[in-house]
Design a protein around this ligand. Structure first.
Ligand code: PHE
Length: 453
């Protein structure tokens, strides 16, 4: 009786609790830190357009598939894939999809936590008035001095991982659910206020133009892959986090509605960050393609000069850390759920183990910004390589496999029943996207990047 099957880890207490948790997983550093800097590196408008298309046509249908597979399997990604494969009488190798998700989650969190550590350090910098009246050069120097210190980065990375482990230890629907209820709306209000500031800068329209006017000559195969990878990363799909969250989802909740709401919220937050950052970049004569430090080199200028900037600076970085925390718990949950369900660990031990491994791998990224910055593989530092392999390769490959499984392997009646769409036509559109368009798009982008197209 699948209808009464529940996850061993419990369930979300309500529909809004799930929406909050899923939005918490989606909205994070990916929107506020990563989206602006990769948009800057990839030339703006055309990249943003590809990103939006990827979210709508590939991201949403795959997120629906991942959620429904999780809800049907009701376990960690590996066990879920095992039970779905058995149910569909398919090849048992499919459970490697679950494994890839668990590994991708740990690898992403290893550098995600380092960057979240930067945001945590900036809470303190904001508080002690480091940005006060600082110009672009001073802010840039502040950031350069900070990332040059492995000890400081290690300290904040450790603090962030400890916080993640502490929350994960409490379980999915304790603590986190309550915090998210006020976090997401407040973050949104703060972003709107910052858009207000951006509007007062001299280069507001230049910023908007950069973000929304596509110049297709700037698109390369690799930038299309990056846009697609970002759609996966930002929605948090392709690695099993949505699968585990789906496993905690009660039967009666509409998957489609939830996925659409979460995707819109996620996209709006990313676009708002772009609308805030680029006017500041151009108004201060900065370069949009300065890389992962972009928000740390721009926003402090705003906080240092605007009225109430001291308070806004503190609030902004506090919320960024909290938004990162609600994503980090999603990144580690597949591994934790696997340890609990198949190794008999309790939550505390599982988060300690998974967290420690992640923490250790994090040092590769820490040193990428200082002592090992000259150490490159394929021309990339370890941080860049980890980001490229996970976001641009593992997530799209995971997403491709999820689309294949939900569209072609799973028994049709099962996906129909899980999605419970209002009419047969919407189900057919979903089928079309998941069977043909999404896998073909991922495949073509890959062919383009390896130079076959
Ligand atoms: N979506 C999160 C962000 O944008 C990161 C994330 C990726 C979370 C994958 C879960 C799974 O910050």
């Amino acid at each position: 009786m699948t209808d009464t099957k529940k996850s061993p880890q419990g369930e979300w207490s309500s529909h809004s609790a799930f929406i909050m948790a899923a939005t918490g997983s989606a909205v994070g550093l990916g929107n506020i830190w990563k989206f602006p800097y990769i948009t800057g590196e990839n030339g703006g408008g055309a990249f943003v357009l590809v990103y939006l298309l990827c979210v709508a046509l590939i991201g949403i249908p795959i997120m629906m598939s991942e959620t429904l597979m999780g809800r049907r399997g009701r376990h960690n990604p590996v066990t879920t894939m095992e039970s779905l494969t058995a149910e569909a009488k398919a090849d048992e190798h499919w459970h490697y999809l679950g494994w890839m998700g668990i590994i991708a989650g740990i690898l992403i969190l290893s550098y995600y936590s380092v960057i979240a550590g930067w945001a945590s350090a900036y809470v303190l910098k904001a508080f002690t008035g480091s940005f006060f009246d600082a110009d672009a050069a001073a802010v840039k120097q502040l950031f350069a001095d900070f990332i040059a210190s492995p000890v400081q980065l290690a300290f904040w990375h450790t603090a962030f991982m400890l916080a993640t482990m502490w929350i994960v230890k409490q379980g999915v629907n304790n603590g986190l659910e309550k915090a998210l209820r006020w976090l997401m709306p407040s973050l949104f209000v703060l972003l709107i206020l910052l858009v207000g500031y951006a509007m007062t800068t001299p280069s507001y329209f230049q910023g908007l133009h950069f973000l929304f006017t596509p110049d297709f000559s700037k698109l390369t195969g690799n930038s299309i892959l990056t846009a697609m990878g970002q759609a996966f990363f930002s929605l948090g799909i392709g690695m099993g986090a949505v699968m585990v969250y789906g496993a905690y989802l009660p039967k009666k909740i509409s998957i489609t509605e939830t996925v659409v709401v979460v995707s819109i919220a996620d996209t709006v937050v990313a676009l708002l960050s772009g609308i805030i950052i680029f006017p500041i970049v151009f108004s201060n004569g900065l370069q949009p393609d300065s890389g992962p430090g972009l928000i740390f080199e721009t926003l402090p200028i705003a906080f240092g000069s605007m009225i109430g900037g001291w308070l806004f600076g503190i609030l902004f970085f506090v919320m960024l850390v909290l938004a990162a925390l609600s994503s980090s718990v999603a990144l580690i949950e597949p591994a934790v759920a696997w340890l609990i369900e198949t190794r008999g660990f309790n939550r505390e031990k599982a988060s300690l183990y998974a967290g420690s491994v992640t923490w250790l791998i994090g040092f590769a990224s820490i040193f990428s910004f200082n002592s090992w910055s000259g150490f490159k593989i394929f021309g990339q530092t370890l941080f860049e390589l980890l980001d490229y392999v996970t976001a641009n390769l593992m997530l799209p490959i995971g997403g491709f496999a999820i689309a294949m499984f939900a569209g072609r392997i799973m028994v049709r009646g099962h996906s129909e029943q899980e999605l419970d769409l209002p009419n047969p036509l919407t189900y057919q559109i979903w089928q079309l996207l998941i069977k043909y368009l999404a896998p073909a798009a991922v495949f073509l982008v890959f062919l383009d990047v390896v130079g076959v197209l």
